[in-house]
Ligand binder design. Structure first.
Ligand code: SPV
Ligand code: MG
Length: 534
């Protein structure tokens, strides 16, 4: 529903409606989140929040600027306190057109003279407008609106200025005849007698709006049963904000520390929420090209590898030091040097020994009875972000990771085409490629794809080194493959090769980034010596 129509409904529906004051984008959002169906953009609080008086010291265009932020930040209608309309009928015409353009649903103008003064400052001494002249402002407003549902509320200040009820009623009648959509009857009494008296005499002719700032103790049921249409809580967010801000400022000044206020103030995260940060993050996934540097890196470093005997007695394999630096430290340096910053390490065996700055850790308590896909599942982010997945016990030259990141594919794995020539022991991560694996041809021709995982089959074309990346779309596929494995109870003991095999089984294209050497999978002491050069 358009905001104008929504405000019209609030004014016209049989049940009493409530709107709460806001004075900027964030307070407007707070009003909406609290469940209100409308916002009062108060002249008093908008001017106060700008540090000026409620005497039209802020120009009407400055008011427009402010209310535009409020309208943009919210989806409920705003009734703007238009003061006197900022001049005569002519100023009102332009004002109304501009308010409509800024997404404001209605305006309330009061029968006083520009520049106005707040009603609670010597209200009885304030001159009222000539009712016929003010009726001209109302008529001009109604004649200028483009949207038929834009609401113009005529505010009667007669009771504030000390005139009798007859004057208030006669003015209301004149404004109704001029086309007003509702009458705001204002009172500075501490009881609702005046406004109730007005409403009873006025009847149902036009909806009646009230501002119970001074008769705040009146129960809402009374206001409801007296037939009012709209209650404006006119200034309470600014006032509560002032109390909180004064308290916080005094405490910080006194303590010279934030310690005593931290638990009392909204979190920075809450500010981000109110600013709509989540919407932007969502939009980024739709509109920004994926940058490989935004990938989340998950390094799988939970396993012990008892083959190393005493070397992995008190630490996982990835923490074996070569040249004074643990293997994992070397790999993290390489990862960081490629611009990747979001690093997760899945720890397991002797987790406490795996400690690097700037890394988030996830724990695989079942490291003895699970494999790398299980660790990966524990380290996966909830969001479908691009991923880089690496075994924790490999090291490679920087350009290996660079080439992988540059590969424009949803799923890509690094495959060493010559690993068999260097290793005596067969690997379990051999793969068969689709098409010709010759490196020279590969670099120029069609993208090289994986055909199947080949386990220990030595006639295969190469070996996956344990380095894989996915785009956002690839992450979704990867998660689906993991779910399939899990549904068949195969995930717990699956390594990356099994996972890649499952992706292929799902008809997912897996791009191959071919290398020859330039990496080490540390399996014996000879590998350790080589790793020290990375
Ligand atoms: C405002 O909120 O600015 C109003 C209501 O006009 S009152 O302050 O009560 O006049
Ligand atoms: Mg005002």
């Amino acid at each position: 529903m358009r905001k104008t129509a929504a405000l019209r409904n609030l004014l016209r529906r049989p049940e009493l409606a409530f709107v709460l004051e806001a004075h900027d984008g964030v307070s407007a959002r707070i009003v909406e989140e609290a469940g209100f169906q409308g916002i009062w953009a108060s002249g008093l609080t908008m001017s106060a929040s700008m540090g000026v008086r409620d005497n039209n010291e802020a120009s009407w265009t400055q008011v427009l600027e402010k209310v535009e932020f409020m309208a943009d930040a919210t989806s409920i209608p705003i009734l703007l306190d238009g003061d006197t309309g900022h001049g005569n009928f002519n100023n009102v015409r332009r004002f109304v057109r501009k308010l409509e353009q800024r997404g404001v649903a209605g305006v309330c103008i009061e029968d006083k003279l520009f520049p106005k003064t707040n009603s609670f400052i010597k209200g009885e001494q304030q001159p009222l407008a000539d009712p016929e002249e003010f009726a001209g402002r109302i008529k001009a407003a109604k004649d200028s609106q483009v949207d038929a549902d834009f609401q113009v509320v005529a505010r009667v200040e007669a009771l504030i200025a000390g005139w009798p009820m007859e004057e208030a009623l006669s003015r209301a009648e004149t404004y109704e005849a001029a086309g007003a959509d509702a009458i705001l009857i204002h009172s500075k009494r501490s009881t609702p007698d005046e406004v109730i008296g007005f409403r009873r005499a006025w009847g149902d002719r036009l909806p009646v709006v009230i501002v119970p700032t001074m008769y705040y103790a009146t129960p809402p049921e009374t206001l409801e049963s007296e037939g009012f249409s709209l209650v404006i809580w006119a200034n309470h967010l600014l006032r509560s904000g002032i109390t909180a801000m004064e308290q916080t400022a005094r405490t910080i000044a006194h303590d010279r520390s934030l310690f005593n206020v931290e638990g009392e103030v909204a979190s920075v995260k809450r500010i981000f929420e109110l600013q709509g940060a989540a919407e932007l993050a969502d939009a980024e996934t739709r509109y920004l090209p994926e940058s490989p540097k935004d990938a989340q890196v998950v390094v799988l470093a939970a396993s012990r590898d008892p083959g190393f005997g005493a070397l992995t007695e008190d630490q996982p394999k990835c923490m074996i030091e070569v040249g004074g630096r643990p293997l994992l430290g070397r790999q993290l340096d390489i990862i960081r040097s490629c611009g990747l910053r979001d690093l997760v390490v899945v720890r397991g065996w002797k987790a406490e020994t795996v400690a690097f700055d700037g890394v988030r850790y996830v724990q695989n308590d079942d490291f003895d009875d699970s494999s790398s896909a299980w660790s990966l599942q524990l380290g996966l982010p909830d969001d479908d972000v691009p991923l880089v997945v690496a075994y924790g016990d490999i090291v490679y030259r920087k350009h290996v990771l660079r080439t992988l990141l540059d590969e424009n594919a949803d799923v890509a794995v690094v495959v060493d085409l010559e690993s068999r020539d260097r290793h005596a022991k067969p690997s379990g991560d051999y793969v068969k490629l689709a098409g010709k694996p010759q490196l020279a041809g590969v670099l120029e021709d069609e993208p090289l794809l994986l055909e199947r995982v080949a386990g220990t089959d030595e006639s295969a074309d190469g070996e996956m080194i344990g380095l894989l990346k996915t785009s956002r779309a690839g992450t979704i596929r990867l998660k689906a493959a993991m779910e399939r494995l899990q549904s068949e109870d195969r995930l717990r003991h699956a390594n990356l090769s099994v996972l890649v095999g499952e992706l292929l089984a799902m008809d997912c294209r897996v791009r191959v980034v071919p290398i020859t050497g330039n990496w080490v999978d540390v399996n014996d002491l000879g590998d350790l010596a080589e790793a020290s050069s990375y």
